[in-house]
Design a protein around this ligand. Structure first.
Ligand SMILES: Nc1ncnc2c1ncn2[C@@H]1O[C@H](COP(=O)(O)OP(=O)(O)OP(=O)(O)O)[C@@H](O)[C@H]1O
Ligand SMILES: [Mg+2]
Length: 307
């Protein structure tokens, strides 16, 4: 049974479409990255999974429960790091976590033990008794993860776990997330708008844009789609005429030919370099340069978001 199974999920806010027919499956034991720009619908999707907002349409199951009907059952087994953390600034890290433990009805002795344990796990043991008001953003984020881990959830949802954190701090948080999967067997869904940062740790990723999942798979699978569907070539020739451009457009697999000064840019669904070379020679021009380019996932991602 998948940890998350959502079909045809939709959410409208007075006419604004936040989520638009989303299908999402998160398998047990994987780190799934929900990636997309601001306003793509990441947080809304997460709120639906937690039963914190009801979908306008669609079916959701989280660990077999319907979050709209059984939100408490979902919350009991799911840890959630919200976009905006709320801690009591005047309390220490330890006191904040003890309070969470109390709200979760964890008996005090057990709570004290677990709080020490999770503070160590996130690297805050040294500052456990310092006021949270004095913490940096990165420290608060780590405390947020400690908070999520207190109830030892099976499934963890992290909304933008690395936002506002410097690159080194982000790497530490990402490594911590990997340890949750590897050492504790947790399933993790994280959202981010920083593809290059999180792609390293995600087993699978879904790229969400305007409430729709536009691409989904492992990095390898997404890369293969990119290779199969998206290549571009830069061609420099001694002269360019309309006949040559037409010949290039006629090559099988070529999807676009654009002229930029003395450069011709050819987009194709396959490696058509031998055909390009032949077309240039046959047009009577000299071939000065022919460069192939495979898009990185980052470029694809950016292209989606440039609409
Ligand atoms: N409570 C709300 N009322 C009205 N519109 C909302 C509400 N929450 C979100 N939206 C709209 O729904 C869309 C998706 O928002 P959402 O917060 O899910 O995006 P996101 O991907 O989490 O973005 P970000 O990266 O900025 O956190 C946006 O157009 C947003 O303005
Ligand atoms: Mg958000």
């Amino acid at each position: 049974m998948p940890v998350v199974e959502a079909r045809g999920l939709k959410k409208y806010y007075d006419g604004v479409v936040a989520v638009d027919g989303l299908d999402l499956v998160v398998e047990e034991g994987e780190i799934y990255g929900l990636l997309g720009p601001n306003g793509a619908g990441k947080t809304t999707t997460i709120l639906i999974l937690l039963g914190l907002t009801e979908p306008t349409a669609g079916e959701v199951r989280v660990l077999g429960y319907d979050p709209a009907r059984e939100p408490l059952k979902v919350k009991r087994v799911t840890g959630y790091l919200p976009e905006n953390l709320g801690f009591y600034d005047d309390l220490s890290a330890r006191e904040n976590l003890l309070y969470t433990a109390y709200l979760n009805r964890i008996p005090e002795r057990e709570a004290r033990k677990r709080v020490t344990e999770v503070l160590e796990l996130v690297g805050l043991a040294d500052v456990a008794d310092r006021r949270v008001g004095t913490f940096s953003r990165g420290m608060k984020q780590r405390l947020g993860i400690a908070d999520v881990l207190l109830k030892d959830p099976k499934f963890v949802i992290l909304d933008e776990p690395t936002s506002g954190i410097d690159p080194e701090g982000a790497v530490q948080i990402l490594d911590m997330i990997v340890r949750l999967r590897d050492e504790r067997g947790m399933t993790i869904l994280l959202s981010s708008h920083l593809l290059h940062q999180v792609q390293r740790i995600c087993d699978r990723m879904g790229i969400i844009h305007q409430g729709k999942l536009v691409a989904q798979g492992t990095l390898g699978e997404l890369g293969a789609v990119v290779e199969a569907g998206e290549m571009s070539f830069e061609v420099r020739t001694s002269r360019v005429d309309e006949g040559l451009l037409e010949a290039l457009r006629g090559i099988e697999g070529v999807t676009a030919v654009e002229r930029e000064g003395d450069l011709i840019r050819v987009r194709a669904s396959a490696d058509v370099r031998p055909h390009i070379a032949r077309a240039v020679i046959e047009s009577g021009a000299d071939l000065l340069e022919l460069k192939g380019h495979t898009y990185t996932l980052e470029e694809i991602y950016l292209r989606y978001f440039q609409g």
